[in-house]
Design a protein around this ligand. Structure first.
Ligand code: ADP
Ligand code: MG
Length: 589
């Protein structure tokens, strides 16, 4: 084939493909235009998941009659003058592509009136063909009506997902923008039904309920951190609230929704050792920085950005989130009300009037078996964080003096700030897990079995195991294929010595099955957690004083001694203050 220049309509369609991928991308571009026009009210009407209609009206600055034709042309924009401007962009748009792109793959009508004009004007673009302009009486602002999206690009239509999915995408997008701009009133209708309505009063938590539901929104923790010109604010989930994927991790940078793997990684770093492996937090974080510090001209859909000093931004995000978390996930404490309300026994956790349920506590209540849960004492204090010794790195333990073991399950210890009840199983899990992690790149110490053990697996599991053999070596398992669907186990991690090696291998293979995150580090952390759980001292197991001492010392040395690798608390703290009040030594009820 000879080389030729592509016809204009082909070029437009190729370009449009980058900007308009699905109905939600139309919504995104038009909402961004309304926000750039300083709208205080944005109304979105969707029919048939956006295939039939996407209509967005705003009360923003409007487009003058003389400029209307220009506005729908490619590379026509009022937001950028010179190439230099590209490096300090303060608007959401700047490429001048959205209206032209949408007009080339749909039937689009733009109607607009700036406040200074007496009448408005309307222009229709159908598959890139611009029709004559008509004058019309309309309120100030702009209405963009997009009908029959992709009517002339049937191939694109085929790539759309189900109506439910496309509708959800639009809901999610509108809600997130509403959150980012709480001072703007958003109203979204899907097939005539109101799907989102915000008041524009600036209250983000109210909007959060739209995104997550009331209960979840109530639990979200607030994050704010400001440091020479950079700010991070927003919401993150407490460690008790997680999802099995990263879809609820949202970042806005200078008011722009971005998808950025490294920002998400910074967030996950902050949760390190707090979350059950394979679980992910929810977040909506807003980052603000000097526009010159960020390059937004990376991608036609403007969903990616580059930071001039990425390390600073990531470290800021991580510290902001970590702070928010530590301020709110103390060791569960027993509140006096828990005691007094039920004389003669422990009561179940109850939301205390002011503070609400402590997140760490609530998690323990959720995850424990009913027997365990009912064995756990008392309601929890409100927002009061754990009494941490001054000068101690946050989250770490003070030196503890062993008192003894009770019920062959809990250790009792005394610290400078009161009494600690420690769940020996959870604590040992934590100790083993950190031992694994400290190994870093060193393979975990393994011990050879006297007699290699044979294991036979169903073929799909055999394939999974075979693929993961190198990783398992790293964790202390030496296993070799031995005939069809059969393996020979030579060594196991020293941690597991004494337990059934085949059961351990089976547990590990089951983990591969459950795993939905192909990231190696995560698979490994999850396996390590699983192995630690198996290897840890069980509840109901009597320990010698030396063993109890050793466990306490090792727990004190942990980075995150207060939770087990699965996120459950390892201990309950009864502060001196609480004891004194309960014994009437200090004025109180
Ligand atoms: P960009 O937003 O990158 O400038 P668009 O194609 O989205 O490109 O819009 C082209 C121009 O049309 C904008 O620069 C702006 O001047 C004008 N415009 C588009 N939508 C609106 C709106 N809702 N209100 C006011 N002006 C608008
Ligand atoms: Mg735009």
């Amino acid at each position: 084939m000879a080389i030729r220049l592509l016809a204009d309509d082909v070029v437009s369609q190729i370009a449009a493909g980058e900007v308009v991928e699905r109905p939600a991308s139309v919504v995104k571009e038009l909402v961004e235009n309304a926000l750039d026009a300083q709208a205080s009210r944005i109304e979105i009407r969707i029919e048939q998941a956006g295939r039939r209609l996407v209509e967005i009206s705003d009360d923003g600055s409007g487009i003058s009659q003389q400029e209307l034709r220009l506005a729908v042309m490619r590379h026509a924009t009022s937001k950028l003058e010179s190439a230099e401007d590209l490096f300090h962009i303060v608007t959401l748009g700047f490429r001048g592509e959205a209206l032209a792109s949408i007009g080339s793959v749909a039937r689009m009508t733009v109607t607009s009136r700036p406040s200074a004009a007496q009448v408005g004007a309307s222009l229709r673009v159908e598959g890139g063909q611009v029709s004559a302009l008509t004058e019309t009486g309309v309120p100030t602002g702009t209405v963009v009506r997009v009908e029959d999206l992709f009517y002339n690009v049937p191939a694109r239509l085929k790539f759309l997902k189900s109506d439910t999915t496309e509708r959800q995408q639009i809901d999610q997008l509108a809600t997130r923008y509403a959150l980012a701009y709480p001072g703007v009133r958003f109203h979204l209708y899907q097939d005539g039904r109101s799907a989102l309505r915000t008041s524009g009063n600036g209250d983000r938590r109210e909007i959060l309920a739209n995104l997550y539901g009331v209960e979840t929104a109530r639990q979200m923790l607030e994050v704010t951190l400001e440091e020479d010109g950079f700010t991070v604010e927003g919401f993150v989930s407490p460690i008790s609230l997680t999802r099995s994927n990263r879809r609820e991790i949202t970042f806005f940078v200078n008011g722009r929704w971005v998808q950025d793997g490294s920002l998400a990684a910074a967030l996950l770093q902050a949760y390190r050792n707090f979350l059950m492996v394979g679980r992910f937090p929810l977040s909506v974080l807003f980052i603000r920085l000097d526009p010159e510090q960020v390059d937004v001209n990376v991608h036609p859909a403007k969903a990616e950005v580059r930071f001039r000093t990425p390390d600073r931004v990531f470290s800021l995000v991580q510290r902001a989130v970590r702070r928010g978390l530590l301020a709110s996930s103390p060791v569960p404490q027993i509140s006096p009300s828990g005691w007094t309300s039920q004389p003669g026994g422990w009561s179940h956790p109850q939301p205390s009037a002011g503070g609400g349920i402590d997140p760490a506590w609530q998690m323990s209540a959720d995850l424990r078996t009913p027997e365990q849960a009912s064995a756990m004492p008392g309601a929890v204090t409100g927002a009061q964080p754990a009494a941490v010794q001054p000068g101690l790195p946050s989250g770490q333990l003070p030196l503890l003096r062993l008192v003894g073991q009770i019920g062959n399950t809990y250790l009792v210890a005394e610290g400078p700030d009161g009494l600690y009840l420690i769940d020996q199983h959870a604590a040992h899990e934590r100790v083993l897990f950190e031992r694994f992690q400290r190994g870093g790149d060193q393979p975990v110490v393994s011990q050879a079995l006297l007699e290699p053990a044979m294991i036979h697996l169903p073929s799909y599991q055999a394939a999974m195991l075979e693929a993961q053999l190198p990783l398992l070596v790293h964790l202390g398992f030496q296993i070799e294929p031995f005939g069809p669907e059969t393996f020979r186990v030579h060594t196991i991690p020293v941690l597991l010595v004494g337990s059934d090696p085949l059961a351990a291998v089976r547990a590990v293979v089951e983990d591969f099955e459950e795993d939905e995150t192909p990231l190696q580090a995560e698979v490994e952390a999850r396996l390590a957690a699983r192995i630690c759980k198996r290897a840890a001292i069980k509840g109901g197991q009597s320990l010698s004083t030396e063993e109890q001492q050793a466990l306490l010392r090792e727990l004190e040395a942990c980075q995150s001694p207060r939770t087990c690798p699965h996120g459950r608390p390892t201990m309950i703290h009864l502060s001196v203050d609480l004891l004194e009040r309960q014994f009437g030594r200090r004025g109180s009820r």
